[in-house]
Design a protein around this ligand. Structure first.
Ligand SMILES: Cc1ncc(COP(=O)(O)O)c(C=O)c1O
Length: 386
């Protein structure tokens, strides 16, 4: 069992890496997270280097991109050739949706509480004769059998969020993957609400496709995410966007040889966004050094503090499932009007969210007990003033 960071070390880390704490009590990592100092510096250093040196260091930049690919792959238990950089989660999920060889009558199974990124790419297949089945939750929760019951002989894919954005429900991916595979379908995962706070091992969990962006639990910028595709499936997903970089001989601009590599790079059609990839790499490196188990432990401890505060006030936590599928996201309702309370708190320097009728609080590992106490003091005032 991993131990939390000692308080003095945590304090130093907070000061160095999260200048946001001087202005905002940020408990909204399920929304848009604050950018870490090291991510900001990686972008700044790259910008300065590019401005000073032009393209002189281009080869080193390419090597640096491959290093980021390596650490991103390592972070999810994949091989580098199974990981492509994408603009965002929606981009990664759309690569699967648009790239699979659907036949009229096929279907996709997902849930009725997904973020739209994991619904619209499937609904967009309607004109190709592909149906999307939305499995309802049981009070925000799912049992594997609920999803599997919706899988029939024409289901090609089940696509869920590892952690649901509005309910904080966390799937047991291994159990789900085993059940889905037993029925002959594939498992696709939107991991934006777990990458950077919960361990992910695509091999152990049996995930076939995964997409996530860096601007939530990874505390990096919007505009750069990762897409994982299991190696054996690379040939089964047609790249819908292609360009000079899609091919094996991506540096041969003189002859046309449209041979796609047996590598997720076939999904990177053109020039890559160094400006957002390098910051993401800087965060992955730091998170790897701290250890994802430790990060998860600390974030879950903070979530437990949040739940305690909510219950002490007599409000209802709507999403807590408990170990081993505990989450850092807490959603709650109570005898108050959530939307104006959240609005008032934002005006007073708190960052949180109101989603599907519940207040959503999502502390990360670097938050501390004082952040949470101050947050709830502001919450109490906002509820009184409501
Ligand atoms: C579950 C989930 N998927 C995807 C996204 C965002 O997708 P993208 O990375 O395409 O902006 C969010 C953002 O709130 C989310 O909660």
């Amino acid at each position: 069992m991993s131990t939390p960071m000692p308080p003095d070390q945590l304090e130093e880390f907070r000061t160095m890496e999260f200048p946001v704490l001087q202005q905002v009590i940020h408990l909204n990592h399920a929304g848009v997270a604050p950018v870490m100092t090291r991510a900001m510096l990686a972008a700044a250093h790259f910008s300065a280097e590019a401005a000073r040196t032009g393209q002189k260091n281009y080869v080193q930049w390419e090597e640096r991109i491959e290093k980021v690919r390596q650490i991103a792959s390592w972070f999810i238990g994949a091989q580098p050739e199974e990981v492509a950089f994408v603009r965002n989660t929606s981009h990664g999920l759309s690569l699967v949706a648009e790239g699979l060889d659907w036949k009229p009558g096929d279907n996709v199974v997902t849930t009725a509480v997904e973020y739209p990124s994991n619904v619209y790419p499937w609904l967009n297949l309607k004109n190709r004769g592909v149906a999307t089945k939305l499995v309802p939750s049981r009070d925000g929760e799912f049992r594997t059998e609920d999803l599997v019951a919706a899988v029939d002989s024409r289901t090609r894919l089940v696509s869920v969020s590892h952690v649901e954005f509005s309910t904080g429900f966390r799937f047991d991916l291994k159990e789900l993957a085993d059940a889905v595979h037993a029925k002959g379908a594939l498992l696709c995962v939107d991991a934006i609400q777990s990458l950077g706070v919960h361990p992910i091992d695509v091999v152990r969990m049996g995930v076939d496709f995964l997409a996530a962006d860096g601007h939530k639990w990874l505390c990096s910028f919007e505009g750069c995410g990762i897409f994982y595709i299991r190696k054996s499936l690379i040939g089964q997903v047609r790249p819908v966007l292609v360009g000079w970089n899609s091919v094996v001989k991506n540096k041969d601009f003189d002859t046309y040889d449209f041979t796609l590599p047996d590598h997720a790079r076939r999904f990177e059609e053109g020039s890559l966004p160094q400006l957002t990839i390098f910051p993401l790499g800087a965060v992955f490196e730091k998170f790897a050094e701290i250890g994802i188990e430790r990060i998860e432990r600390m974030a879950l401890d903070n979530a437990a503090r949040v739940r305690e505060e909510i219950r002490r006030r007599g409000h209802k936590v709507v999403n807590f499932r408990g170990s081993p599928l505990d989450v850092a996201i807490t959603c709650f309702t109570g005898d108050f009007d959530g939307a104006p309370v959240v609005r008032a708190m934002k005006q007073q320097g708190c960052d949180l969210a109101f989603r599907r009728g519940a207040v959503r609080v999502a502390p990360h590992f670097y938050n501390n007990a004082s952040d949470i106490e101050r947050f709830f003091a502001i919450f109490d005032r906002a509820v009184k003033g409501n």
